[in-house]
Ligand binder design. Structure first.
Ligand code: NI
Length: 172
């Protein structure tokens, strides 16, 4: 196991579409996921996409902690390989996001409220389900990384975008 270096906004690996994974059950993929889990735990956060650790592959890990379990959708940590997201309806909602590749910054990002997700697990078996609220948001954020999209590109209201430390200061 190892803590991996996280690419920051501006690095080309974060701007390129990631490659499909032909064999989700490959041993080297299991090792990469173990390293990504360790890296996420070290950095703090709820999700990490393989391109963020300089591996341009269609793989994300994420979880929904109980503290963000606003919709009754607490999710254990898991890997999702070759994910495909499909919005369920047109409804979107905005909430603040941050990203380990965009350290120190935060902004309001509109996301689909409900989505269907499909992909494969590390055993190669299909995974699918529906997600809403924070769970749907995390999936959309992480899967955007696989298409070379960082959350600032999704921001509509740029008055919401800035450094966490500044935005938390009381206005005077
Ligand atoms: Ni991110």
């Amino acid at each position: 196991m190892a803590i991996l270096k996280i690419a920051r906004m501006g690095h080309p690996v974060l701007r390129s579409p990631a490659a499909e994974i032909p064999d989700p059950a490959a041993p080297e993929l299991r090792a990469l996921v173990a390293d990504m889990i360790e890296t996420l735990a070290d950095a703090g956060g709820v999700g990490l996409a393989a391109p963020q650790v300089h591996r341009p592959l269609r793989l994300v890990i994420y979880y929904v902690p109980a503290s963000r379990d606003l919709d009754g959708q607490e999710q254990p940590l898991r890997a999702l390989i070759n994910p495909i997201l499909t919005p369920l309806g047109d409804e979107q909602e905005s909430a603040t996001e941050g990203c380990l590749s965009v350290p120190g910054l935060t902004g309001l990002v509109p996301r689909y409220t409900r989505i269907h997700y499909a992909g494969q697990g590390l055993d190669g078996r299909p995974i699918e389900g529906e997600a809403q609220g924070f769970h749907a948001r995390v999936l959309q954020h992480e899967c955007d990384h696989l298409d070379g999209i960082l959350y600032p590109a999704r921001i509509v209201d740029f008055t919401s975008f800035g450094f966490v430390e500044e935005l938390r200061k009381p206005a005077d």
